[in-house]
Design a protein around this ligand. Structure first.
Ligand code: ADP
Length: 459
């Protein structure tokens, strides 16, 4: 059984409630004493009863002031301890004053003696659960002591004027009454303690589900934020794609319009249609790149589709294919591959695309007479691919944007007006998708170096 007390301000509020309740008890007692004193003058020690009531009011005032001081305490733990101590002190004092009031107003003849039960209930609300049994025991002991002293004549019994019969002349009745009342006190302690324990459990369950709810709502919020970011990125991508598609399509459209109008000469028409065809071919390139980029962006390839890929074989294959293009442009293409390069986990077509994009850029952006190298090495953990050229290079500003979708440097636009600006985005996303990284170094007019690493599949 875990003890659970109302904590901090909750406990203080309940102690405040007990103090307010006591003001009512004081008023009620005064209301009972007044008329009885008028109707049955001299029947009871009204002065003493009044004195006890004033004493109750006095200590209630003190407890009220003490509670105010407790409220000002900063440490919740100290606050809690002080409020709990105050509640215990009040309940014990209440028991003693109630027994005194009862004694001077008829002893067990006075129905007020049943008010002892309230103290047990209050104890189970304010104090740790086991304490209400101790309060019941104290109340029982006080009751038995009072009755015994009265019966023994040590404490003079004051007969209740309202009552005709003298209950103290019936010893058996006295025994059954006191015994019954003590039993009731313990039963009430048991009942209220059980209820308080159940309520405490409910409280804890509520607290736990409240915490779980908070956690869930936090998770939902994060998920929502992520979805919003993805949505924003998708919209941005759509805008960029539409913008990129617009230019070639409108060129092709204008060319067709001119050709169909019949106003241009046959030679001019042919020239325009040839340009349109070229633009259409570029458009197809762009669409191919966009498809590749979309696949990578959406990560439609899952890691369980991965296979062991020999990056060196793919480099040889791509370089062989690119050599023709490089030589046609008057460039020297060299390949340097370390022996026994370990495979990586990926899809072969995607790694081939990485080599193709990097090498075709190097060739595209290097003037005739320049050099392009591709090398492949490895260390304990990774496979490292490098593509270097002696081409036109980039400014630091361009370098910081080249992996952005559709970004093209000004010098690149001059050399190759109809590039897509998508190739490096595909390369970066592919490498990162398979657990690697890519970086670029470049100097304007001197050349560029692209280095990517991928984790070895055998580690
Ligand atoms: P594209 O080559 O179609 O423009 P990429 O995404 O492949 O698109 O490249 C983006 C930009 O990065 C290029 O437009 C160019 O400005 C720059 N770039 C890429 N590779 C090189 C290189 N080897 N030398 C100089 N600039 C390069």
């Amino acid at each position: 059984m875990e003890d659970r007390l109302p904590f901090g301000s909750e406990l203080i509020d309940r102690v405040g409630w007990l103090i307010n309740l006591r003001w009512l008890a004081v008023a009620g007692t005064l209301l009972a004493i007044g008329p009885t004193a008028v109707w049955f003058p001299g029947s009871l020690p009204f002065g003493t009863l009044l004195g006890i009531t004033i004493a109750i009011a006095a200590y209630n005032g003190l407890f009220r002031a003490h509670l105010k001081a407790i409220r000002r305490t900063l440490l919740e733990e100290v606050q809690n301890r002080q409020a709990s101590g105050s509640a215990l002190g009040q309940i014990i004092l209440d028991l003693c004053t109630l027994i005194a009031l009862v004694h001077f107003s008829g002893g067990i003849e006075n129905p007020m003696v049943w008010f002892l039960v309230f103290h047990i209930i209050i104890a189970s609300i304010l104090l740790p659960h086991g304490t209400s049994y101790w309060i019941a025991a104290l109340a029982g002991a006080l009751l038995i002591t009072m009755t015994s002293l009265e019966v023994g004549g040590v404490w003079a019994h004051h007969h209740l004027p309202l009552l005709g019969v003298e209950l103290y002349d019936e010893p058996l009745y006295l025994l059954v009454f006191v015994g019954g009342l003590v039993l009731v006190l313990f039963l009430v302690a048991y009942l209220t303690t059980s209820i308080a324990i159940r309520l405490g459990e409910r409280d804890r369950e509520l607290m736990t589900s409240n915490q779980t709810c908070q956690l869930r709502s936090q998770e939902l919020k994060e998920l929502n934020d992520r979805l919003r970011r993805v949505d924003e990125e998708r919209t941005r991508f759509m805008v960029l794609v539409t913008h990129e598609l617009r230019a070639p399509i409108s060129t092709i459209y204008s060319a067709l319009e001119l050709a169909l109008s019949g106003v241009a000469s046959a030679e001019k028409t042919r020239d325009v249609l040839e340009r349109a065809q070229k633009r259409a071919a570029e458009l197809l390139d762009l669409i191919r790149d966009l498809l590749n980029l979309t696949r990578i962006r959406e990560q439609t390839t899952t890691r369980d589709q991965a296979e062991e890929v020999q990056v060196d074989d793919l480099l040889r294959e791509v370089a062989e294919f690119m050599k023709v293009e490089a030589e046609g442009k008057g460039l020297l293409l060299e390949v340097d591959i370390a022996p026994d390069v370990a495979p990586v986990q990926a899809l072969p077509n995607q790694i081939k695309l990485v080599w193709t994009n990097l090498l075709s850029n190097a060739i595209k952006y290097t003037e005739s007479g320049g050099r392009v190298w591709a090398s492949l090495t490895q260390d304990d953990e990774k496979v490292r691919g490098v593509v270097r050229d002696t081409g036109m290079g980039m400014t630091p500003e361009d370098l910081s944007h080249i992996f952005d979708e559709f970004y093209r440097a000004e010098n690149a636009r001059k050399v190759s007006p109809h590039g897509t600006g998508v190739g490096l985005s595909i390369v970066q996303r592919t490498v990162e998708h398979w657990g690697g990284t890519i970086e670029a170094q470049s100097e304007l007019g001197r050349g560029s170096t692209f280095t990517f690493v991928l984790p070895r599949a055998d580690r």
